[in-house]
Write a protein that binds this ligand. Structure first.
Ligand code: PHE
Length: 352
């Protein structure tokens, strides 16, 4: 019996030593110490032994039992700690480690100026409108009093969308200016109106430092009962002065656009030479010594245009203007190539 006990102990100890999971350990505990376990079986045989041996074997089996219980207990604690450590390693997230810094972008110079323009006109009571970039010939030309034989309809200037004709409004084109939104806004809201329309426009032309097939304009439209060109002069002088942060003068010259009558061009006083045409004893290069910068087309809205927009020209009148936002950005930052603004070169864009 003694050898039996000793064998049992050493067998159990090495089995316990080898277990890797608490489940395996549990079954070993049942195997050796459980009610039907091996040690229990041996203990049951004790009663048949002679008293002398019984005592010895009794002590021995108690000590085996105790040893096994202790070892099982220790192993159990060890396995549990290992499990916890494993789980910690897997899901561990150290909130104190600094994160990866992500490079932040910033607002494109064109958008910066657009937002400034919108803010200033907003303060003067103008709403901001939007319209489709793919436009019908009707909205881009016809409704704006540009008949089909007008040179502006020439294939040279316009991108046509192949095979697209909605039947009612002619072929589809990429809008060549923001003016179609004049008609769309009149149709939708009627008179009176006070809006600007910043937006992307497209022209079918060769690209060079001063021209691109894609650029941005800002349209303006004001329609009320008693409106004259002096209001336009006042609004534009105020707008440009706020934009440039110093007093700016404006002047009108006659100009022609089919959708206005009379039509005009607006210049503003050169900020570089202070309207003098001379700078540090030399001719000003920016305004080519005229003292004025050509800025935009404008005029009183043609009555055919008011009619196309569903507004009665006998009751209402107004003016419209259109300037190049892209050109304004180029002037503001002295950018000498228009293509820099659309080719997404970070070495350029990071400077703003
Ligand atoms: N649409 C004209 C252009 O693109 C500008 C303009 C707008 C002129 C409104 C007069 C009135 O050149």
């Amino acid at each position: 019996m003694e050898t039996q006990l000793k064998n049992l102990q050493s067998e159990a100890l090495s089995a316990i030593e080898k277990t890797k999971t608490p489940e395996d350990l549990k079954s070993l505990e049942v195997k050796y110490l459980g009610r039907k376990g091996e040690l229990t079986q041996i203990l049951r045989g004790l009663k048949d032994l002679p008293p002398e041996e019984k005592k010895k074997a009794g002590q021995l089996s108690n000590s085996v039992k105790k040893t096994l219980e202790d070892v099982l207990e220790t192993k159990k604690a060890k396995l549990e700690t290992a499990e916890i450590e494993k789980a910690l390693k897997k899901d561990f997230f150290d909130t104190t480690i600094p994160g990866d810094a992500r490079p932040l972008g910033h607002i494109h110079p064109l958008t910066q100026i657009q937002e400034e323009v919108e803010r200033i006109f907003n303060q003067m009571g103008f709403g901001i409108m939007d319209g489709p970039e793919v436009e019908s010939e009707y909205y881009n030309f016809e409704s704006l009093n540009i008949p089909s034989d007008h040179p502006a309809r020439d294939m040279q200037d316009t991108f046509f969308i192949k095979d697209k004709d909605d039947g009612k409004h002619g072929k589809m084109v990429l809008r060549t200016h923001t003016s179609p939104v004049q008609i769309r806004t009149m149709e939708k809201y009627g008179a009176p109106l006070r809006i600007i329309v910043p937006g992307r426009v497209f022209r079918y032309e060769a690209t060079d430092a001063g021209h691109d097939t894609t650029f941005y304009q800002v349209e303006g439209l004001l329609i009320e009962k008693d409106i004259s060109l002096s209001h336009l002069k006042g609004v534009m002088a105020e707008f440009l002065s706020r934009l440039f942060g110093k007093p700016v003068k404006v002047r009108f010259r006659p100009g022609y656009f089919p959708f206005v009558e009379p039509g005009l061009e607006l210049d503003f006083s050169c900020l570089i030479c202070d309207n003098t045409g001379q700078r540090e004893g030399e001719d000003c290069k920016v305004c080519k010594k005229t003292g004025w910068i050509e800025f935009m087309g404008a005029g009183m809205v043609h009555e055919n245009v008011l009619k196309a927009g569903g507004i009665d020209p006998k009751k209402y009148q107004g003016w419209a203007f259109g300037f190049g936002l892209t050109r304004l950005v180029m002037m503001r930052y002295a950018i000498d190539d228009i293509r820099l603004l659309t080719n997404s070169d970070l070495r350029f864009l990071k400077q703003f």
